[in-house]
Ligand binder design. Sequence first.
Ligand code: ASP
Length: 373
Amino acid sequence: MISRRNWFLSSAALAAAAPSQAQTASGRFVSISSSNGLRAVTLAVTLMKQRNYDTLDAAISGVNIQEEDPEDNSVGYGGLPNEEGIVELDASVMHGPTRRAGSVASIRGIKTPSKIAKLVMERTDHIMLVGEGALRFAKAHGFKEEELLTEKSRKAWLIWKESLRDGRGHGNWGPGLDAPGEAGREAPEAWLRERYPNESPEFLAWAWEVATHPITGTINCLTLNGKGEMSGVTTTSGLSWKLPGRVGDSPIIGAGLFVDQDHGAAGSTGRGEENIRVAGAHTVVENMRHGMSAKEAVTDCLKRVARNYNNDRKKLEQFDLNFYALRKDGDFAGGSLWNGSYSRGQFRPRRFAVNVDGTARLEDCIYLLERKA
Ligand code: ASP
């Protein structure tokens, strides 16, 4: 039996943990996404508004554009592969109205892992399938196994292999000591031109950049309809040149994605390892549940990431992390650890895509720290 004292303590504890009241719907149709998601948010809002699509189906249709686009090297088909040259994908979905979730990790051979994540949610008693099992499950549902490596991604991977050197400047895939000329030992431009005479300077500069600075990239898309229903999806090829089997934050419910139908949704892109350590998407949603605005919720979460490194800028400079937050009342934010990045001398501010009632745009993210040139 619960004593009077314990009863008092437990109700006080419950009160402290009590969320602010569930948000009320604003009647607006909103979708937000990572910066590669302008087409995704445009499609998602169109489908919800004009064709009465369910919020999750709208979000998945949106991200399918990037998953199927060979030019997006961070998602689905054309994504940069693992260290063995094999593309492995991660994805998760959450459906607000039914409060369900599904995800797949390290799945090979399927262009649209977000669709498989939804099937896991709907057609199994599980939440997450990985690797070979996820692929077999997809095939059982009629999906075709396809080659996901494009020629562009394959060449970028090969250039990464060829760029690796030991302490004496030797690399197994680099030019041998007996190779004519100096090409390969010092100047990458020279040996790249020599080995890839038919490639454009722009491609070679990009390939060298991603070889020496492995990239992350992902698409997260959150949706809200006029009735206040919400859903979300996150899908990615993860960190380029990763160890086979490495799983990032994207398929982890609570890290790469979280939806609480009463309050809001959040997702993340960037270095997944840092996000997993703060259970980022859940943290952001939980902040909103306790009454924070979307901006405050994201900022607080980013502070926790920085705190994991005692706010040491030198260490924090090594990575980036972004959060996207959408409250049920339509308040939204995109926030990043850094204000942007420098690529080949050019500053690129960190942005996110948003569509409110049919008008899509890219907005600057709020940020915690400013990168110096
Ligand atoms: N978060 C993804 C991962 O760590 C990559 C990214 O968003 O850039 O796998």
